[in-house]
Design a protein around this ligand. Structure first.
Ligand code: NAP
Ligand code: GCO
Length: 269
């Protein structure tokens, strides 16, 4: 590999991706492995972790999988200490684990709102604040927060998710501001609409065989005229995890097929 391309290599690095048994996290971890990193992931129960380990193994990736709830500070502290002692220094952290509850705000309970904020915003805080002291000692680290179009836009029924993802964008900027001097870069990836289990309800075929109205809407709203795939996010993630992005800090890279740039076109007459 020539000197220039080594900047994009993750050889010898340890990458910890939260909630990566499947979906976007799995795709990002797979890309990191292909770029040379050792993969660590967690999920919320052993069944999911085992499912993830099998899926990685089918791709020839020997991942390290752990049961850990990102909202549980004790579990996160114990996991990171275990990784640092027995797997290796956590060079790259991707805060990917997340949930969504699609409920009209006035019908959503405060507890339901809190549950989304807890996983999607407090979770990244907890994992980041646990990993950062180790990164500070080494004077290097990469943190990537998986933000969203809802870091910039609202829509009906996703108030808690938008509040969390908007907050995650600002948490990204604040970590970049507070820890940049330790050679820690913290950036976000803002995926567009990606075909994963999380968005499956928005793509369900209707009883009459037609496409879900939201599916039709979002494809029309996307200049690329399609849903994204988790693999569409892999290049951006490897870039932000590698030395090639050492002077990029506090940014959110939108990988959205152009949605954020597009006002939309007039309906066909
Ligand atoms: P997904 O298919 O629902 O996967 C999310 C993963 O996070 C699941 O494995 C889930 O486990 C895990 N998780 C949930 N709560 C957790 C907790 N407390 N601790 C540890 N793991 C937990 O979602 P996805 O579509 O891959 O999305 C991944 C990330 O990208 C999320 O942050 C999401 O908000 C964001 N995102 C998604 C899209 C999209 O269009 N799909 C676009 C923009 C951003 P369970 O199976 O037990 O829930
Ligand atoms: C929704 C979707 C979106 C995507 C993603 C878009 O209900 O609007 O779930 O929020 O998950 O966050 O970037």
């Amino acid at each position: 590999m020539d000197e220039f391309m080594k900047k994009f290599s993750l050889e010898g690095k340890v990458a910890f991706v939260t909630g990566a048994s499947y979906g976007i996290g799995f795709a990002l971890a797979t890309a990191f492995a292909k770029a040379g990193a050792t993969i660590v992931f967690n999920d919320i129960n052993q069944e999911l972790v085992d499912k993830g380990l099998r899926a990685y193994e089918e791709l020839g990736i020997k991942a390290h999988g752990y049961v850990c709830d990102v909202t549980n500070e004790q579990e996160v502290n114990a996991l990171v200490a275990e990784l640092e002692k027995n797997v290796g220094p956590v060079d790259i952290l991707v805060n990917n684990a997340g949930i969504i509850k699609r409920i009209p705000m006035h019908e959503m309970s405060a507890e339901q709102f809190r549950q989304v904020i807890d996983v999607d915003l407090n979770g990244p805080l907890i994992v980041s604040k646990t990993v950062i002291p180790y990164m500070m000692k080494r004077n290097r680290g990469k943190i990537i927060n998986i933000c969203s179009m809802m870091s910039e836009f609202g829509r009906e029924t996703v108030s808690a998710y938008a509040a969390a993802k908007g907050g995650l964008k600002m948490l990204t900027r604040n970590i970049a501001s507070e820890y940049g001097e330790y050679n820690i870069q913290c950036n976000g990836i803002g995926p567009g609409y990606i075909a994963t289990p999380q968005t499956a309800p928005l793509r369900e075929i209707q009883p009459d065989g037609s496409r879900h109205p939201f599916d039709q809407f979002i494809v029309a709203k996307t200049p690329a005229a399609r849903w994204g795939t988790p693999e569409d996010l892999q290049g951006a993630a490897v870039f932000l995890a590698s030395e090639a992005s050492d002077f990029v800090n506090g940014q959110v890279l939108y990988v959205d097929g152009g949605i954020a740039a597009y006002i939309g076109k007039q309906p066909k007459a």
